[in-house]
Design a protein around this ligand. Structure first.
Ligand SMILES: Cc1ncc(C[n+]2csc(CCOP(=O)(O)OP(=O)(O)O)c2C)c(N)n1
Ligand SMILES: [Mg+2]
Length: 597
């Protein structure tokens, strides 16, 4: 059979190094389904349960590998389902290509069945969106879409009416006016600031006496350089969530996460510093950065649009984190007075004591912090971690000690529910020999995670090692929001919106032929982790945890404490919450609890 447009597109993807496309079928992409069959598994169509999950998987592929992730969905409803996953990629700057079907060209504009104006719909999420109306267009559209996704670190979308997918392919356009000849290939440039700007940055940093560094996902792969900078400046280093794996947590000057989900050490670092060096991060919450005017600031970002956006910078450096730090380090003088550094290191040591202390406190039936703390001594060297959005993200961010060589990601900016399960699956496809662990709330697991276990059931036996653990935090609550209601709105927990039904998640896993482990005992949770990680198949480790343990921010503002106190008057869980809050050494809460002044 003559090669069709869909065959040609898949061949072109292969030439771009794309070997896997996450998707869900529909007649809007019939032409592609046949082409995947003819492509003999390269690229391979990986069937998710839902298009949004396919988009999360493509996004996770991009986040964990740095390559472009690709997903495909049918016209109308399938395309619409992709969007949340694509926005996750857009907001976290992950290169993803979405291929979507559309009705036949001759029906467009006729309010035809499943006809949605996809170019308009995908315009906001995409750096580049085009409809392929003619076979000769396919070549440059694929090249342009992938190159744009990689270069802009964002989403691109190609819409293919279903009849064009089955037209005869045109490898090389006719040699005539209007023809376009594009090629496969992209080389990431070496981006460096001007010498004079590096010198200005060095002046600021050398003059600082108490330097704080904040690193984000832009610093992934630049650990050696970040460590050298921190050593020279006597600085402490905090990490934005997407930069969790940028530096190991066993370094004594790494203060860990920052912000609401952050550590007390990061809070100290930011509130006490006189100089701030931001590297590859657009951490959004300015209230966790130094007060305006309190610190001089140097910011390094690869994208010039994002420099000077979060904290007023004195020197705005546009450049690659690794390369720029290398140059900068040569201009830095080693800070002889190490007292600030020693202060930060003592804060870090104190923080880890607090974490352990909080994790050891009793709760009913189990303290979720204990679950995470116990994992630290079982974390395999080359593990890949994923987190969802919920209260367990707090523990994932604060309590988990990543080491060199590990990878970690989540929906950092969109903070959507639902990504952990598909992220973990995509991690396993990208690195089938590495262990993968996902932290998932019961709300998220009900929302979509459970269904994706069916995807795991389908594929797991092909992975070189079966180690894939979904740790499901069963608290029968949409807990993160319950706490936000209390602390931000001053409202009590409202069971009609917050409570969720109990489901035996470990048994669901067993029904699907996977392993299920249930644990509600703090003394057994270490062994449960060991068993899950040693299992001969993917595993759901269901942990029954207490929703009344507060996901404490590192610093409680008076306003929040007052709201909490107001919420507590009518809260159905007030007794437990108050008791556990006090146990958590929540002095600030204690001061304003009802009955106290
Ligand atoms: C798609 C989506 N819907 C709603 C929210 C708001 N939200 C954030 S966390 C959360 C609760 C998640 O509950 P669960 O997964 O059970 O985790 P928990 O907080 O209980 O640990 C909700 C509803 C969101 N971030 N994304
Ligand atoms: Mg929950």
């Amino acid at each position: 059979m003559a090669e069709l447009v869909a065959d040609f597109v898949l061949k072109r993807l292969r030439e771009w190094g794309v070997h896997r496309v996450y998707g869900y079928p529909g007649d809007g992409i019939n032409g592609y389904l046949g082409a995947f069959d003819r492509a003999g598994g390269d690229p391979e169509f990986i069937q998710a349960r839902h298009e949004e999950m396919a988009a999360f998987m493509a996004c996770a592929h991009a986040k964990y590998t740095g390559e472009v992730g690709v997903c495909i969905a049918t016209s109308g409803p399938g395309a619409i389902h992709l969007l949340n996953g694509l926005y996750d990629a857009k907001l976290d700057h992950a290169p993803v290509l979405a291929i979507v079907g559309q009705q036949k060209r001759m029906s467009l504009g006729a309010e035809y069945q499943q006809e949605v104006d996809l170019q308009v719909l995908f315009k906001d999420v995409s750096e580049f969106v085009q409809v392929c109306m003619e076979p000769a267009q396919a070549r440059h559209l694929v090249d342009r879409a992938i190159r744009t996704a990689l270069d802009r670190k964002g989403v691109t979308t190609l819409v293919f009416p279903n009849d064009i997918q089955e037209e005869k392919a045109v490898e090389s356009p006719p040699r005539e006016h209007g023809a376009v000849y594009s090629s496969v290939g992209y080389s990431r440039p070496r981006v460096l600031p001007q010498r004079g700007d590096l010198e200005r940055a060095a002046e600021v940093l050398n003059a600082g006496e108490k330097t704080a560094m904040l690193v984000g996902q832009g610093a992934l792969g630049a650990a050696d350089e970040v460590v050298e900078t921190a050593e020279l400046l006597g600085a402490g280093v905090a990490k934005a969530l997407l930069g969790k794996a940028a530096l190991p947590d066993d370094l004594p000057f790494v203060t860990g996460s920052i912000g609401l989900l952050g550590t007390t050490a990061s809070y100290e670092l930011m509130s006490g510093c006189d100089t701030l060096l931001m590297v590859g991060t657009s951490f959004p919450y300015s209230e966790w950065l130094p007060e305006e005017g309190k610190a001089r600031c140097v910011q390094i970002d690869l994208d010039g649009r994002r420099v000077g956006m979060r904290y007023p910078a004195d020197v705005h450096l546009v450049g690659d984190a690794k390369e720029t730090l290398r140059e900068l380090n040569q201009l830095l003088e080693r800070k002889e007075d190490r007292s600030w550094r020693e202060h930060i290191e003592s804060q870090v040591a104190e923080w880890w004591r607090v974490v352990e202390d909080r994790a050891m406190q009793d709760a009913d039936p189990m303290n979720p912090q204990r679950v995470v703390w116990a994992l630290n001594s079982h974390l395999p060297d080359d593990v890949i971690l994923a987190a969802d959005s919920g209260s367990s993200t707090n523990w994932w961010a604060r309590d988990l000690k990543v080491r060199k060589g590990m990878l970690a990601s989540l929906s950092g900016t969109l903070a959507t529910m639902g990504p952990a399960t598909p992220y973990a699956i995509a991690a396993k496809f990208a690195y089938p020999h590495r262990p993968v662990i996902a932290f998932v709330g019961d709300g998220s697991f009900q929302m979509n995670g459970m269904a994706e276990l069916i995807t795991v059931k389908r594929y797991w036996e092909r992975w070189q090692t079966p180690t894939l653990v979904f740790c499901v935090f069963n608290n029968q609550d949409l807990n993160q929001v319950t706490w936000e209601q209390r602390a931000l709105a001053g409202d009590p927990k409202y069971p009609a919106t917050q409570w969720i039904p109990d489901v035996p998640y470990h048994r669901v896993a067993e029904l699907f032929g996977l392993k299920g482990i249930y644990c509600e005992s703090k003394d057994a949770v270490g062994d449960a982790w060991a068993e899950a990680l040693a299992a001969d198949r993917p595993c759901v480790l269901e942990v029954k945890v207490d929703p009344e343990v507060p996901p404490l921010p590192p610093h409680i503002r008076t306003e929040q404490a007052k709201k909490m106190a107001k919420a507590m008057v009518k809260d159905p869980e007030r007794v437990g919450v108050m008791e556990k809050s006090l146990r958590g050494k929540l002095a600030e809460f204690k001061e304003s609890l009802p009955g106290r002044r």
